[in-house]
Write a protein that binds this ligand. Sequence first.
Ligand SMILES: *[C@@H]1O[C@H](CO)[C@@H](O)[C@H](O)[C@H]1NC(C)=O
Ligand SMILES: *[C@@H]1O[C@H](CO)[C@@H](O)[C@H](O)[C@H]1NC(C)=O
Ligand SMILES: *[C@@H]1O[C@H](CO)[C@@H](O)[C@H](O)[C@H]1NC(C)=O
Ligand SMILES: *[C@@H]1O[C@H](CO)[C@@H](O)[C@H](O)[C@H]1NC(C)=O
Length: 522
Amino acid sequence: MKLFIISLTLFIYFVNFINSASDKPCLARRISGRSVICVCNCTYCDDITREMPANGSYVTYTTSEAGTRFQKIIGTFQTLDHSLGICRTSFVINPMKTYQAVEGFGGAVTDAAAINWKSLPEVMQKYLIDSYFSFKGLEYNMLRVPVGGCDFSTYPYAYNEQPENDPKLSNYSLTYEDYNYKIPMIKEISKVATSPVHIVASTWSPPIWMKTNHNFSGINQLKQEYFETYALYHYKFLEKYAAQGINIWAITTTNEPINGLFGYVKFNSLGWSVEKMGEWIVNNLGPMIRNSVFKNIKILTCDDQRFTIPLYFSELISKYPKALDYIDGIGVHFYADKIIPPVVLYAVSKTYPDKIILATEACQGSAPWQSEKVELGSWRRAISYITDILEDLNHNVAGWIDWNLCLNMEGGPNWAKNYADSAVIVNAEKNEFYKQPIFYAMGHFSKFIKRGSRRIEIREKKLCFTGSVKNVAFLTPDGTVVVVFLNEGSERSVSVKCGKKETILQLEANSITTMEFVCDAY
Ligand SMILES: *[C@@H]1O[C@H](CO)[C@@H](O)[C@H](O)[C@H]1NC(C)=O
Ligand SMILES: *[C@@H]1O[C@H](CO)[C@@H](O)[C@H](O)[C@H]1NC(C)=O
Ligand SMILES: *[C@@H]1O[C@H](CO)[C@@H](O)[C@H](O)[C@H]1NC(C)=O
Ligand SMILES: *[C@@H]1O[C@H](CO)[C@@H](O)[C@H](O)[C@H]1NC(C)=O
Protein backbone atom coordinates (compact mmCIF):
# COMPACT_ATOMS: atom_id res chain seq x y z
CA MET A 1 0.00 0.00 0.00
CA LYS A 2 2.81 2.37 0.94
CA LEU A 3 4.61 1.58 -2.28
CA PHE A 4 1.45 2.19 -4.22
CA ILE A 5 1.08 5.63 -2.65
CA ILE A 6 4.70 6.44 -3.46
CA SER A 7 4.24 5.48 -7.09
CA LEU A 8 1.04 7.46 -7.27
CA THR A 9 2.82 10.51 -5.86
CA LEU A 10 5.59 10.08 -8.37
CA PHE A 11 3.02 9.90 -11.11
CA ILE A 12 1.38 13.15 -10.05
CA TYR A 13 4.74 14.80 -9.55
CA PHE A 14 6.08 13.94 -12.99
CA VAL A 15 3.05 14.72 -15.08
CA ASN A 16 2.05 18.21 -16.12
CA PHE A 17 -1.25 18.94 -17.75
CA ILE A 18 -0.63 21.49 -20.45
CA ASN A 19 -3.15 24.20 -21.04
CA SER A 20 -1.18 25.59 -23.90
CA ALA A 21 -2.50 28.97 -25.00
CA SER A 22 -2.02 27.95 -28.61
CA ASP A 23 -4.46 25.05 -28.44
CA LYS A 24 -8.11 26.01 -28.64
CA PRO A 25 -10.16 23.31 -26.88
CA CYS A 26 -13.09 21.46 -28.35
CA LEU A 27 -16.39 23.28 -28.00
CA ALA A 28 -18.10 20.11 -26.91
CA ARG A 29 -21.75 19.36 -27.52
CA ARG A 30 -22.81 16.11 -25.87
CA ILE A 31 -25.15 13.90 -27.85
CA SER A 32 -27.49 11.99 -25.58
CA GLY A 33 -26.30 8.42 -25.05
CA ARG A 34 -23.15 9.01 -27.09
CA SER A 35 -19.89 10.92 -26.95
CA VAL A 36 -19.40 14.58 -27.88
CA ILE A 37 -19.08 16.44 -31.17
CA CYS A 38 -16.86 19.53 -31.36
CA VAL A 39 -18.72 22.50 -32.80
CA CYS A 40 -17.07 25.00 -35.13
CA ASN A 41 -18.87 28.21 -36.12
CA CYS A 42 -17.97 31.56 -37.72
CA THR A 43 -15.92 32.69 -34.73
CA TYR A 44 -14.57 29.52 -33.17
CA CYS A 45 -12.97 26.22 -34.07
CA ASP A 46 -10.78 24.01 -31.88
CA ASP A 47 -7.22 23.23 -32.93
CA ILE A 48 -4.16 21.32 -31.78
CA THR A 49 -0.44 21.70 -32.20
CA ARG A 50 2.11 18.91 -31.96
CA GLU A 51 4.51 19.48 -29.07
CA MET A 52 8.00 18.20 -29.78
CA PRO A 53 9.08 16.16 -26.77
CA ALA A 54 12.19 17.37 -24.94
CA ASN A 55 14.86 14.83 -24.09
CA GLY A 56 13.72 12.95 -21.02
CA SER A 57 10.06 13.89 -21.52
CA TYR A 58 7.18 12.40 -23.40
CA VAL A 59 3.99 13.99 -24.69
CA THR A 60 0.65 12.22 -24.73
CA TYR A 61 -2.62 13.20 -26.42
CA THR A 62 -5.85 11.55 -25.34
CA THR A 63 -9.34 11.39 -26.83
CA SER A 64 -12.01 9.55 -24.91
CA GLU A 65 -15.63 8.53 -25.04
CA ALA A 66 -16.13 10.66 -21.91
CA GLY A 67 -15.31 13.73 -23.99
CA THR A 68 -11.62 14.66 -23.89
CA ARG A 69 -10.22 15.57 -27.31
CA PHE A 70 -6.45 15.54 -27.87
CA GLN A 71 -5.85 16.29 -24.20
CA LYS A 72 -2.17 17.07 -24.11
CA ILE A 73 0.05 15.99 -21.21
CA ILE A 74 3.80 16.27 -20.82
CA GLY A 75 5.41 13.67 -18.59
CA THR A 76 8.91 12.74 -17.48
CA PHE A 77 10.49 9.32 -17.77
CA GLN A 78 11.09 7.63 -14.44
CA THR A 79 13.01 4.74 -13.00
CA LEU A 80 10.39 2.10 -12.29
CA ASP A 81 10.66 -0.33 -9.44
CA HIS A 82 9.63 -3.67 -10.90
CA SER A 83 9.46 -5.36 -7.52
CA LEU A 84 6.19 -3.60 -6.79
CA GLY A 85 4.26 -6.55 -8.08
CA ILE A 86 1.56 -4.35 -9.48
CA CYS A 87 -0.48 -6.12 -12.06
CA ARG A 88 -0.12 -4.09 -15.21
CA THR A 89 0.51 -4.55 -18.90
CA SER A 90 3.92 -3.46 -20.07
CA PHE A 91 5.05 -2.49 -23.56
CA VAL A 92 8.59 -2.81 -24.79
CA ILE A 93 9.49 -0.89 -27.95
CA ASN A 94 12.36 -1.87 -30.18
CA PRO A 95 13.16 0.79 -32.82
CA MET A 96 15.85 -1.47 -34.31
CA LYS A 97 13.21 -3.81 -35.71
CA THR A 98 11.48 -1.95 -38.54
CA TYR A 99 8.63 -2.71 -40.91
CA GLN A 100 6.82 -0.72 -43.66
CA ALA A 101 7.37 2.97 -44.42
CA VAL A 102 4.39 5.30 -44.15
CA GLU A 103 2.96 7.18 -47.10
CA GLY A 104 0.33 9.16 -45.22
CA PHE A 105 -3.25 9.70 -44.12
CA GLY A 106 -6.11 11.62 -45.67
CA GLY A 107 -9.65 11.84 -46.96
CA ALA A 108 -11.54 12.29 -50.22
CA VAL A 109 -12.46 15.42 -52.14
CA THR A 110 -15.67 14.16 -53.70
CA ASP A 111 -18.23 16.48 -55.28
CA ALA A 112 -20.28 16.04 -52.12
CA ALA A 113 -17.41 17.00 -49.81
CA ALA A 114 -16.51 20.04 -51.88
CA ILE A 115 -20.16 21.17 -52.25
CA ASN A 116 -20.65 21.01 -48.48
CA TRP A 117 -17.38 22.82 -47.87
CA LYS A 118 -18.37 25.56 -50.32
CA SER A 119 -21.77 25.92 -48.63
CA LEU A 120 -20.04 27.40 -45.56
CA PRO A 121 -19.08 31.06 -45.04
CA GLU A 122 -15.49 31.70 -46.15
CA VAL A 123 -14.07 31.93 -42.65
CA MET A 124 -15.50 28.49 -41.89
CA GLN A 125 -14.20 27.05 -45.15
CA LYS A 126 -10.78 28.05 -43.84
CA TYR A 127 -11.49 26.49 -40.43
CA LEU A 128 -12.50 23.23 -42.07
CA ILE A 129 -9.40 22.96 -44.23
CA ASP A 130 -7.10 24.08 -41.42
CA SER A 131 -8.71 21.49 -39.13
CA TYR A 132 -7.73 18.70 -41.47
CA PHE A 133 -4.51 19.82 -43.12
CA SER A 134 -2.66 22.64 -41.31
CA PHE A 135 -0.08 22.46 -38.51
CA LYS A 136 -2.95 23.35 -36.15
CA GLY A 137 -5.01 20.44 -37.46
CA LEU A 138 -4.68 16.76 -38.33
CA GLU A 139 -1.90 17.40 -40.88
CA TYR A 140 -3.46 15.07 -43.47
CA ASN A 141 -1.13 14.62 -46.45
CA MET A 142 -3.18 12.42 -48.79
CA LEU A 143 -6.36 12.84 -50.82
CA ARG A 144 -8.51 10.68 -53.03
CA VAL A 145 -10.31 12.31 -55.93
CA PRO A 146 -12.89 10.70 -58.19
CA VAL A 147 -12.18 10.96 -61.93
CA GLY A 148 -15.51 12.47 -62.98
CA GLY A 149 -18.57 11.64 -60.90
CA CYS A 150 -19.33 8.98 -58.33
CA ASP A 151 -22.35 8.32 -56.13
CA PHE A 152 -21.31 11.30 -53.94
CA SER A 153 -22.21 13.65 -56.81
CA THR A 154 -25.58 15.31 -57.40
CA TYR A 155 -26.15 13.38 -60.67
CA PRO A 156 -24.33 10.57 -62.50
CA TYR A 157 -21.79 11.76 -65.04
CA ALA A 158 -18.44 11.09 -66.72
CA TYR A 159 -16.16 13.09 -69.00
CA ASN A 160 -16.71 13.06 -72.78
CA GLU A 161 -20.24 11.73 -72.62
CA GLN A 162 -20.81 13.47 -75.97
CA PRO A 163 -20.11 12.67 -78.70
CA GLU A 164 -20.72 8.95 -78.19
CA ASN A 165 -18.44 6.27 -79.65
CA ASP A 166 -15.54 8.71 -79.70
CA PRO A 167 -12.37 6.59 -79.26
CA LYS A 168 -10.01 9.60 -79.29
CA LEU A 169 -12.06 11.42 -76.62
CA SER A 170 -12.17 14.54 -78.76
CA ASN A 171 -14.48 16.40 -76.36
CA TYR A 172 -12.82 15.59 -73.03
CA SER A 173 -13.26 18.51 -70.66
CA LEU A 174 -13.52 18.96 -66.93
CA THR A 175 -16.93 19.78 -65.48
CA TYR A 176 -18.54 22.52 -63.42
CA GLU A 177 -17.90 20.30 -60.36
CA ASP A 178 -14.16 20.24 -61.04
CA TYR A 179 -13.82 23.98 -61.65
CA ASN A 180 -16.15 25.22 -58.92
CA TYR A 181 -15.83 22.63 -56.19
CA LYS A 182 -13.09 20.01 -56.29
CA ILE A 183 -10.21 22.04 -57.76
CA PRO A 184 -10.72 25.11 -55.52
CA MET A 185 -10.88 22.84 -52.47
CA ILE A 186 -7.72 20.94 -53.45
CA LYS A 187 -5.93 24.27 -54.02
CA GLU A 188 -6.88 25.58 -50.57
CA ILE A 189 -5.72 22.29 -49.09
CA SER A 190 -2.33 22.49 -50.84
CA LYS A 191 -1.80 25.98 -49.43
CA VAL A 192 -1.92 24.89 -45.79
CA ALA A 193 -0.73 21.26 -45.88
CA THR A 194 2.45 20.66 -43.88
CA SER A 195 3.85 18.17 -46.41
CA PRO A 196 3.16 17.60 -50.13
CA VAL A 197 -0.35 16.25 -50.64
CA HIS A 198 -0.31 12.93 -52.48
CA ILE A 199 -3.50 12.52 -54.51
CA VAL A 200 -4.97 9.18 -55.53
CA ALA A 201 -7.42 9.41 -58.45
CA SER A 202 -10.03 6.73 -59.19
CA THR A 203 -12.65 6.28 -61.89
CA TRP A 204 -16.06 4.96 -60.87
CA SER A 205 -17.51 4.73 -64.35
CA PRO A 206 -16.48 5.91 -67.82
CA PRO A 207 -19.13 7.39 -70.16
CA ILE A 208 -21.86 4.85 -70.74
CA TRP A 209 -21.07 4.44 -74.44
CA MET A 210 -17.87 2.59 -73.44
CA LYS A 211 -19.88 0.03 -71.45
CA THR A 212 -21.64 -3.18 -72.35
CA ASN A 213 -24.93 -2.19 -70.71
CA HIS A 214 -24.96 1.50 -71.68
CA ASN A 215 -25.65 2.48 -68.07
CA PHE A 216 -23.71 3.97 -65.12
CA SER A 217 -24.62 1.06 -62.85
CA GLY A 218 -25.93 -2.49 -63.20
CA ILE A 219 -24.02 -5.50 -64.50
CA ASN A 220 -21.51 -4.17 -66.97
CA GLN A 221 -17.99 -4.32 -68.35
CA LEU A 222 -15.85 -2.25 -70.66
CA LYS A 223 -16.46 -2.87 -74.37
CA GLN A 224 -13.36 -4.50 -75.85
CA GLU A 225 -13.05 -1.82 -78.54
CA TYR A 226 -12.62 0.87 -75.88
CA PHE A 227 -9.75 -0.64 -73.84
CA GLU A 228 -7.28 1.89 -75.24
CA THR A 229 -9.84 4.68 -74.92
CA TYR A 230 -10.36 3.93 -71.23
CA ALA A 231 -6.57 4.16 -70.69
CA LEU A 232 -6.68 7.47 -72.54
CA TYR A 233 -9.58 8.51 -70.29
CA HIS A 234 -7.15 8.31 -67.34
CA TYR A 235 -4.27 9.93 -69.19
CA LYS A 236 -6.42 12.92 -70.13
CA PHE A 237 -7.51 13.38 -66.54
CA LEU A 238 -3.87 13.58 -65.43
CA GLU A 239 -3.27 16.11 -68.17
CA LYS A 240 -6.32 18.25 -67.32
CA TYR A 241 -5.54 18.33 -63.61
CA ALA A 242 -1.84 19.05 -64.27
CA ALA A 243 -2.96 22.01 -66.41
CA GLN A 244 -4.80 23.27 -63.32
CA GLY A 245 -1.61 22.96 -61.28
CA ILE A 246 -2.69 19.75 -59.55
CA ASN A 247 -0.37 16.78 -59.84
CA ILE A 248 -1.84 13.35 -59.29
CA TRP A 249 0.36 10.94 -57.32
CA ALA A 250 -1.42 7.66 -58.08
CA ILE A 251 -4.31 6.25 -60.07
CA THR A 252 -6.24 3.11 -59.27
CA THR A 253 -7.41 0.66 -61.92
CA THR A 254 -11.14 1.53 -61.32
CA ASN A 255 -13.03 1.88 -58.05
CA GLU A 256 -14.47 -1.42 -56.70
CA PRO A 257 -14.35 -3.40 -59.95
CA ILE A 258 -16.32 -6.26 -58.44
CA ASN A 259 -19.48 -4.12 -58.11
CA GLY A 260 -20.17 -3.95 -61.83
CA LEU A 261 -19.42 -7.63 -62.26
CA PHE A 262 -22.37 -8.58 -60.08
CA GLY A 263 -24.43 -5.42 -60.34
CA TYR A 264 -25.18 -5.25 -56.65
CA VAL A 265 -24.75 -1.52 -56.19
CA LYS A 266 -27.02 1.23 -57.48
CA PHE A 267 -24.24 3.70 -58.25
CA ASN A 268 -21.53 4.34 -60.87
CA SER A 269 -19.47 1.22 -61.42
CA LEU A 270 -17.45 -0.61 -64.02
CA GLY A 271 -17.13 -4.39 -63.72
CA TRP A 272 -13.83 -6.08 -64.43
CA SER A 273 -13.06 -9.77 -64.70
CA VAL A 274 -9.53 -10.61 -63.52
CA GLU A 275 -8.50 -11.61 -67.06
CA LYS A 276 -9.79 -8.44 -68.69
CA MET A 277 -8.26 -6.17 -66.09
CA GLY A 278 -4.91 -7.92 -66.46
CA GLU A 279 -5.11 -7.55 -70.22
CA TRP A 280 -6.02 -3.86 -69.93
CA ILE A 281 -3.16 -3.07 -67.52
CA VAL A 282 -0.55 -4.88 -69.58
CA ASN A 283 -1.68 -3.80 -73.06
CA ASN A 284 -3.23 -0.38 -72.51
CA LEU A 285 -3.04 1.45 -69.20
CA GLY A 286 0.50 0.42 -68.19
CA PRO A 287 2.24 1.24 -71.49
CA MET A 288 0.26 4.47 -71.96
CA ILE A 289 1.20 5.85 -68.53
CA ARG A 290 4.77 4.57 -68.45
CA ASN A 291 5.54 5.96 -71.91
CA SER A 292 4.24 9.42 -71.04
CA VAL A 293 5.25 12.44 -68.97
CA PHE A 294 3.20 10.81 -66.20
CA LYS A 295 5.46 7.75 -66.05
CA ASN A 296 6.19 8.22 -62.34
CA ILE A 297 2.55 8.17 -61.32
CA LYS A 298 1.79 5.10 -59.28
CA ILE A 299 -0.72 2.54 -60.49
CA LEU A 300 -2.65 0.73 -57.78
CA THR A 301 -4.85 -2.22 -58.59
CA CYS A 302 -7.68 -3.79 -56.56
CA ASP A 303 -9.15 -0.60 -54.98
CA ASP A 304 -11.80 -2.89 -53.58
CA GLN A 305 -12.56 -4.96 -50.44
CA ARG A 306 -9.99 -7.28 -48.86
CA PHE A 307 -11.67 -10.36 -50.33
CA THR A 308 -10.76 -9.21 -53.84
CA ILE A 309 -6.98 -9.27 -53.19
CA PRO A 310 -6.68 -12.95 -54.22
CA LEU A 311 -8.40 -11.94 -57.49
CA TYR A 312 -7.27 -8.50 -58.62
CA PHE A 313 -3.76 -8.94 -57.24
CA SER A 314 -2.68 -12.60 -56.84
CA GLU A 315 -4.61 -14.17 -59.70
CA LEU A 316 -4.10 -11.17 -61.94
CA ILE A 317 -0.30 -11.25 -61.67
CA SER A 318 -0.20 -15.01 -62.02
CA LYS A 319 -2.15 -14.75 -65.29
CA TYR A 320 -0.37 -11.58 -66.40
CA PRO A 321 3.09 -11.55 -64.74
CA LYS A 322 3.98 -8.50 -66.80
CA ALA A 323 1.43 -6.53 -64.79
CA LEU A 324 4.03 -6.49 -62.00
CA ASP A 325 6.13 -4.18 -64.18
CA TYR A 326 3.32 -1.64 -64.20
CA ILE A 327 1.61 -1.80 -60.82
CA ASP A 328 3.07 -0.24 -57.71
CA GLY A 329 0.71 -1.90 -55.28
CA ILE A 330 -2.93 -2.09 -54.31
CA GLY A 331 -5.68 -0.01 -52.79
CA VAL A 332 -7.95 -1.76 -50.32
CA HIS A 333 -11.35 -0.77 -48.92
CA PHE A 334 -12.65 -1.08 -45.40
CA TYR A 335 -16.18 -2.44 -45.69
CA ALA A 336 -15.55 -6.19 -45.37
CA ASP A 337 -12.67 -5.96 -42.89
CA LYS A 338 -14.76 -7.34 -40.02
CA ILE A 339 -15.17 -10.65 -41.86
CA ILE A 340 -11.93 -10.93 -43.86
CA PRO A 341 -8.81 -11.41 -41.72
CA PRO A 342 -5.95 -8.98 -42.40
CA VAL A 343 -3.50 -11.77 -43.27
CA VAL A 344 -4.85 -11.58 -46.85
CA LEU A 345 -2.78 -8.40 -47.09
CA TYR A 346 0.38 -10.50 -46.81
CA ALA A 347 -0.20 -11.80 -50.35
CA VAL A 348 1.12 -8.38 -51.34
CA SER A 349 3.49 -7.22 -48.61
CA LYS A 350 5.23 -10.50 -47.81
CA THR A 351 5.50 -11.83 -51.35
CA TYR A 352 6.21 -8.50 -53.08
CA PRO A 353 7.75 -6.24 -50.42
CA ASP A 354 8.42 -3.51 -53.00
CA LYS A 355 4.67 -3.10 -53.63
CA ILE A 356 2.64 -0.86 -51.36
CA ILE A 357 -0.77 -1.31 -49.79
CA LEU A 358 -2.92 1.75 -49.27
CA ALA A 359 -6.28 1.77 -47.55
CA THR A 360 -8.15 3.90 -50.08
CA GLU A 361 -11.72 4.12 -48.73
CA ALA A 362 -13.64 3.80 -45.48
CA CYS A 363 -16.87 5.09 -44.04
CA GLN A 364 -19.56 4.16 -41.58
CA GLY A 365 -23.32 4.27 -42.03
CA SER A 366 -23.53 3.27 -45.69
CA ALA A 367 -24.56 -0.35 -45.13
CA PRO A 368 -28.25 -1.01 -45.89
CA TRP A 369 -28.83 -2.23 -42.30
CA GLN A 370 -27.46 0.99 -40.82
CA SER A 371 -30.67 2.99 -40.67
CA GLU A 372 -29.01 6.00 -39.07
CA LYS A 373 -26.66 7.27 -41.78
CA VAL A 374 -25.16 10.14 -39.77
CA GLU A 375 -24.72 9.13 -36.13
CA LEU A 376 -23.64 12.37 -34.45
CA GLY A 377 -21.23 11.79 -31.57
CA SER A 378 -20.84 8.06 -32.19
CA TRP A 379 -17.90 6.64 -30.24
CA ARG A 380 -18.65 3.20 -31.64
CA ARG A 381 -17.94 4.40 -35.16
CA ALA A 382 -14.68 6.01 -34.03
CA ILE A 383 -13.67 2.68 -32.52
CA SER A 384 -14.39 0.90 -35.79
CA TYR A 385 -11.98 3.27 -37.54
CA ILE A 386 -9.28 3.03 -34.87
CA THR A 387 -9.48 -0.77 -34.76
CA ASP A 388 -9.22 -1.00 -38.51
CA ILE A 389 -6.34 1.47 -38.83
CA LEU A 390 -4.39 -0.35 -36.09
CA GLU A 391 -5.02 -3.70 -37.75
CA ASP A 392 -4.03 -2.39 -41.20
CA LEU A 393 -0.89 -0.65 -39.97
CA ASN A 394 0.14 -3.79 -38.10
CA HIS A 395 -0.21 -5.70 -41.38
CA ASN A 396 2.08 -3.48 -43.45
CA VAL A 397 -0.47 -1.02 -44.85
CA ALA A 398 1.39 2.18 -45.83
CA GLY A 399 -1.39 4.73 -45.58
CA TRP A 400 -5.05 5.18 -44.80
CA ILE A 401 -7.51 7.41 -46.65
CA ASP A 402 -10.96 8.14 -45.26
CA TRP A 403 -13.91 8.67 -47.59
CA ASN A 404 -15.72 12.07 -47.91
CA LEU A 405 -13.93 14.84 -45.98
CA CYS A 406 -17.34 16.23 -45.02
CA LEU A 407 -21.01 15.49 -45.64
CA ASN A 408 -24.29 17.24 -44.84
CA MET A 409 -26.68 16.40 -42.01
CA GLU A 410 -28.31 13.72 -44.17
CA GLY A 411 -24.96 12.13 -45.11
CA GLY A 412 -24.98 13.42 -48.69
CA PRO A 413 -25.48 14.72 -51.26
CA ASN A 414 -25.51 11.38 -53.08
CA TRP A 415 -27.47 10.95 -56.31
CA ALA A 416 -27.96 7.22 -55.64
CA LYS A 417 -29.15 7.89 -52.04
CA ASN A 418 -26.16 5.90 -50.77
CA TYR A 419 -25.83 8.21 -47.75
CA ALA A 420 -23.08 7.74 -45.18
CA ASP A 421 -21.40 9.21 -42.12
CA SER A 422 -18.33 11.43 -42.19
CA ALA A 423 -15.63 12.67 -39.82
CA VAL A 424 -17.01 16.18 -40.34
CA ILE A 425 -20.70 16.95 -40.71
CA VAL A 426 -21.69 20.33 -42.14
CA ASN A 427 -24.84 22.04 -40.89
CA ALA A 428 -25.02 24.86 -43.44
CA GLU A 429 -28.40 26.07 -42.16
CA LYS A 430 -26.90 26.86 -38.75
CA ASN A 431 -23.49 27.92 -40.07
CA GLU A 432 -21.84 25.19 -38.00
CA PHE A 433 -19.81 22.10 -38.67
CA TYR A 434 -19.25 19.24 -36.32
CA LYS A 435 -16.05 17.30 -35.78
CA GLN A 436 -17.13 13.77 -35.00
CA PRO A 437 -15.21 11.30 -32.79
CA ILE A 438 -14.03 9.75 -36.09
CA PHE A 439 -12.22 13.01 -36.88
CA TYR A 440 -10.11 12.76 -33.73
CA ALA A 441 -9.61 9.02 -34.28
CA MET A 442 -7.98 9.80 -37.64
CA GLY A 443 -5.89 12.58 -36.11
CA HIS A 444 -4.32 10.33 -33.50
CA PHE A 445 -2.51 8.69 -36.42
CA SER A 446 -2.27 11.34 -39.16
CA LYS A 447 -0.84 14.16 -37.09
CA PHE A 448 2.03 12.20 -35.60
CA ILE A 449 2.91 9.36 -37.98
CA LYS A 450 4.51 11.55 -40.63
CA ARG A 451 5.32 10.41 -44.16
CA GLY A 452 8.52 8.36 -44.11
CA SER A 453 7.88 7.03 -40.61
CA ARG A 454 8.63 3.34 -40.20
CA ARG A 455 6.63 0.96 -38.12
CA ILE A 456 8.74 -0.55 -35.37
CA GLU A 457 8.38 -3.49 -33.03
CA ILE A 458 6.28 -3.12 -29.89
CA ARG A 459 5.76 -6.10 -27.64
CA GLU A 460 3.01 -6.38 -25.06
CA LYS A 461 3.86 -8.24 -21.90
CA LYS A 462 0.85 -9.10 -19.82
CA LEU A 463 1.75 -9.90 -16.25
CA CYS A 464 -1.79 -10.91 -15.41
CA PHE A 465 -5.17 -10.80 -17.02
CA THR A 466 -5.94 -7.15 -17.63
CA GLY A 467 -7.47 -7.28 -21.08
CA SER A 468 -5.75 -6.09 -24.20
CA VAL A 469 -4.64 -2.63 -25.21
CA LYS A 470 -4.38 -2.49 -28.99
CA ASN A 471 -1.28 -0.66 -30.17
CA VAL A 472 1.11 0.29 -32.93
CA ALA A 473 4.50 2.06 -32.87
CA PHE A 474 6.52 4.10 -35.37
CA LEU A 475 9.87 5.80 -35.67
CA THR A 476 9.30 9.17 -37.37
CA PRO A 477 11.68 11.05 -39.69
CA ASP A 478 12.08 13.57 -36.83
CA GLY A 479 13.68 10.78 -34.82
CA THR A 480 10.80 10.48 -32.38
CA VAL A 481 8.91 7.36 -31.43
CA VAL A 482 5.12 7.55 -31.77
CA VAL A 483 2.93 4.95 -30.09
CA VAL A 484 -0.85 4.73 -30.37
CA PHE A 485 -2.80 2.88 -27.67
CA LEU A 486 -6.48 1.97 -27.79
CA ASN A 487 -7.96 1.22 -24.38
CA GLU A 488 -11.42 -0.29 -24.79
CA GLY A 489 -11.82 -1.07 -21.10
CA SER A 490 -11.82 0.84 -17.83
CA GLU A 491 -9.05 3.18 -16.73
CA ARG A 492 -5.74 1.42 -16.27
CA SER A 493 -2.03 2.01 -16.04
CA VAL A 494 0.48 0.45 -18.42
CA SER A 495 4.23 0.75 -18.51
CA VAL A 496 6.15 1.75 -21.61
CA LYS A 497 9.83 1.04 -22.10
CA CYS A 498 12.18 1.99 -24.93
CA GLY A 499 15.90 1.55 -24.48
CA LYS A 500 16.71 2.88 -21.05
CA LYS A 501 13.62 5.07 -20.90
CA GLU A 502 10.66 3.84 -18.96
CA THR A 503 7.45 5.26 -17.59
CA ILE A 504 3.97 4.48 -16.44
CA LEU A 505 1.05 5.81 -18.45
CA GLN A 506 -2.48 6.22 -17.19
CA LEU A 507 -4.89 5.28 -19.95
CA GLU A 508 -8.34 6.79 -19.52
CA ALA A 509 -11.34 4.48 -19.84
CA ASN A 510 -12.51 3.98 -23.45
CA SER A 511 -9.83 6.14 -24.94
CA ILE A 512 -7.18 6.45 -27.61
CA THR A 513 -3.79 7.86 -26.62
CA THR A 514 -0.90 8.88 -28.83
CA MET A 515 2.48 9.09 -27.10
CA GLU A 516 5.58 10.73 -28.58
CA PHE A 517 9.13 10.78 -27.26
CA VAL A 518 12.77 10.37 -28.19
CA CYS A 519 14.21 6.93 -27.52
CA ASP A 520 17.93 7.58 -27.71
CA ALA A 521 19.69 4.56 -26.26
CA TYR A 522 18.63 1.38 -28.02
C1 LIG B 1 -19.62 30.40 -31.74
O1 LIG B 1 -19.63 29.64 -30.55
C2 LIG B 1 -19.22 30.36 -29.41
C3 LIG B 1 -19.19 29.41 -28.25
O2 LIG B 1 -20.43 28.78 -28.07
C4 LIG B 1 -20.18 31.50 -29.15
O3 LIG B 1 -19.73 32.23 -28.02
C5 LIG B 1 -20.22 32.38 -30.38
O4 LIG B 1 -21.18 33.37 -30.20
C6 LIG B 1 -20.55 31.57 -31.61
N1 LIG B 1 -20.44 32.42 -32.76
C7 LIG B 1 -21.41 32.55 -33.62
C8 LIG B 1 -21.15 33.46 -34.78
O5 LIG B 1 -22.48 31.96 -33.50
C1 LIG C 1 19.23 12.63 -24.06
O1 LIG C 1 19.69 12.35 -22.76
C2 LIG C 1 20.48 11.18 -22.67
C3 LIG C 1 20.76 10.91 -21.18
O2 LIG C 1 21.04 12.09 -20.50
C4 LIG C 1 21.75 11.37 -23.49
O3 LIG C 1 22.54 10.21 -23.45
C5 LIG C 1 21.35 11.66 -24.93
O4 LIG C 1 22.49 11.94 -25.72
C6 LIG C 1 20.39 12.84 -25.02
N1 LIG C 1 19.89 12.95 -26.37
C7 LIG C 1 19.76 14.12 -27.00
C8 LIG C 1 19.20 14.05 -28.39
O5 LIG C 1 20.04 15.19 -26.50
C1 LIG D 1 -18.96 18.33 -75.82
O1 LIG D 1 -19.34 18.22 -74.46
C2 LIG D 1 -20.25 19.20 -74.05
C3 LIG D 1 -20.47 18.98 -72.54
O2 LIG D 1 -19.26 19.01 -71.86
C4 LIG D 1 -21.52 19.13 -74.82
O3 LIG D 1 -22.38 20.17 -74.42
C5 LIG D 1 -21.22 19.21 -76.30
O4 LIG D 1 -22.40 18.99 -77.03
C6 LIG D 1 -20.19 18.18 -76.69
N1 LIG D 1 -19.81 18.35 -78.08
C7 LIG D 1 -20.03 17.40 -78.99
C8 LIG D 1 -19.54 17.72 -80.37
O5 LIG D 1 -20.58 16.37 -78.77
C1 LIG E 1 -29.79 2.61 -65.92
O1 LIG E 1 -30.45 1.63 -65.18
C2 LIG E 1 -31.39 2.13 -64.27
C3 LIG E 1 -31.89 0.97 -63.42
O2 LIG E 1 -32.28 -0.10 -64.22
C4 LIG E 1 -32.49 2.83 -65.00
O3 LIG E 1 -33.42 3.36 -64.09
C5 LIG E 1 -31.87 3.97 -65.81
O4 LIG E 1 -32.84 4.61 -66.59
C6 LIG E 1 -30.77 3.44 -66.71
N1 LIG E 1 -30.08 4.58 -67.31
C7 LIG E 1 -29.77 4.62 -68.58
C8 LIG E 1 -28.99 5.84 -69.02
O5 LIG E 1 -30.11 3.76 -69.38
